[in-house]
Design a protein around this ligand. Structure first.
Ligand SMILES: Cc1cc2nc3c(=O)[nH]c(=O)nc-3n(C[C@H](O)[C@H](O)[C@H](O)COP(=O)(O)OP(=O)(O)OC[C@H]3O[C@@H](n4cnc5c(N)ncnc54)[C@H](O)[C@@H]3O)c2cc1C
Length: 268
């Protein structure tokens, strides 16, 4: 069974996919592994790529979900699996998804995905997975907080809101080491030009002078106080390194944001 958004983005429903399914340890049905076809590699930053994949089975998903990717690694008995979030919108419905991957130096899988693949390769993926999802039914205003590759699933939410023409206020606080390393910065700039409901606040942790960013420090309590003061969120989504996610979650709680309205995804 896979998640599906109706092509007009009107509602999130579950439909049965034609794919075979397996059950996980909790008894829930999971999609099975499929061989996705790599149809495009887009350089996103000096150390990150967008992999555009054509799926064999259904590509319906809710914005914020991720796919598991598995690869064979030399000297390892079996394939190694990692999670990568979908960056593209499920609207309009498509069999093509984008996943955003940043290279983690010394990592087993991400360097292969960023530098070791060619268009035409087939990659084993399974999904969509996760509860870190937002649709129009969740409403807004929405506060999105992402650090590094944590912006990837938030990008899917923003692209979905744009594609479904939702006009729901969204504010993204995006932390990157430098402006050049900010995932999807060009797309975000284009989208903020086009849509008045979207605001993007960049903060840079390793560049103290780039005027294209609003802040030049790690995401801190003051930044979150400002983000909430200007637009109190009905929903908040925080994604990235566990410490950042937990800190922001705590600060939002202190500011009176209902914990039930806050969803988090930790990339550890
Ligand atoms: C739900 C979810 C969604 C995610 N989505 C994305 C996404 O959209 N984009 C993205 O880029 N990432 C995403 N991630 C992170 C991704 O799954 C991987 O964790 C990441 O790419 C690193 O994997 P790797 O195999 O390259 O590194 P790993 O092999 O896991 O290594 C990670 C680090 O640990 C070090 N290390 C490994 N083994 C040892 C050891 N024995 N001793 C000392 N150090 C060691 C490595 O040098 C490296 O620095 C997501 C994670 C989760 C949980």
């Amino acid at each position: 069974m896979v998640s599906r958004i109706d092509p007009d983005g009107a509602s999130a429903t579950l439909r049965i996919a034609t794919a075979g399914t397996v059950r996980d340890h909790s008894g829930r049905k999971q999609a099975s592994w499929q061989h996705a076809h790599l149809i495009e590699i887009i350089k996103a930053t000096p150390d990150a790529v967008t992999l555009r994949l054509r799926l064999v089975e259904s590509a319906y998903f809710l914005p914020g979900k991720y796919y598991n990717v598995r690869l064979s690694v030399p000297d390892r008995a079996g394939p190694i699996q990692r999670a990568y979030s979908v960056a593209s919108s499920p609207v309009p419905a498509t069999w093509v998804i984008d996943v955003g991957v940043r290279e983690v130096p010394g990592g087993l899988i991400s360097p292969q995905l960023v530098r070791g693949l060619s268009v035409g390769d087939r990659i084993q993926v399974r999904g969509p997975v996760g509860r870190f999802t937002w649709t129009r039914d969740d409403g807004g205003p929405v506060l999105l907080v992402g650090a590094g590759s944590g912006v990837v699933p938030l990008m899917s939410m923003i692209r979905y809101a744009a594609a479904a023409d939702l006009n729901i206020p969204m504010r993204l606080v995006c932390s990157s080491s430098s402006f050049d390393n900010a995932f999807y910065r060009r797309d975000l700039a284009d989208l903020t030009e086009q849509y008045s409901w979207l605001e993007v606040v960049h903060t840079l942790t390793r560049d103290s002078s780039d005027a294209r960013a609003t802040h030049h420090r790690r995401i801190d309590q003051r930044m979150i106080v400002e983000a909430v003061a200007g637009q109190f969120p009905r929903r908040a989504y925080i994604c990235g390194p566990p410490t950042m996610v937990e800190d922001v979650q705590g600060w939002l709680g202190e500011l009176g944001v209902d914990p039930a309205s806050v969803r988090v995804e930790k990339y550890d």
